[in-house]
Design a protein around this ligand. Sequence first.
Ligand code: DGL
Length: 269
Amino acid sequence: MQQPIAIFDSGVGGLTVVKEVMRQLPREKVIYFGDTARTPYGPRPAEEVVRFTREMVDYLIQFRPKMIVAACNTSTAVALDDIRSRVAVPVVGVIHPGARAANGRTQSGIVGVIGTEGTIHSGAYEQALKQLSPNIEVVSLACPRFVPLVEQGNFRSEETLETVRSSLVPLMETRLDTLILGCTHYPFLSETISEIMGSSVALINSADETAREISTILHDRGRLARNDELPVHQFFCSGDPLMFKKIAQQWLGEQIALTPVVWQVPKIG
Ligand code: DGL
């Protein structure tokens, strides 16, 4: 039986990572869990995010994954070490890949990070960026109003434009040339964010770099899938399955159009 890659997030945000994994590694089977009943994680205390993350990992481990991907910056910031201490397979987060991509991209040496309150207050991006480049200047901003818009499938409305515009005002005074989308939900809003920030600011979506890291680790361990037939992906969410499925089908589009997919709503926690 093919061992899957298990990927999780507080909601639909991790689908941005799933899309890139499916694009770069089409033979790999993906098991996804979105904790849509308890999203957003951003405003929750760190201990609660650690507990919820454990519950998702405990659920996913029954599928005997060969790797676990925390496609959630908030969980990565506060729970990555905890997961690593509890499972025997490699665990990949999204913060280091995002920081690496931004560090490789910036010319001015001024990098912006937007994320949930939990991620921004943890200082995890700042730490990762300074490790790569001690002189880098990091401007961080929490954008707590973005995740609820994405979970409602509200990507391109007037309300979204206004929310993004007013939230990003503090960044307008800075001279950053690179902006990390430090929450996996934010790529759903990247067109709007880009419109507001202007074309001189490069947006960094850590999905691309995270998928490359997954590929490298599996390759180095000789664990890349070699099957000829298409894998059957499985998607789980803890909340409204209709909205979750609608957003997943819209976002993943052709990535899942040809492959069989299983959708389920289990009870966790
Ligand atoms: N998508 C998640 C992240 O990357 C969490 C968003 C939330 O639940 O607040 O941080």
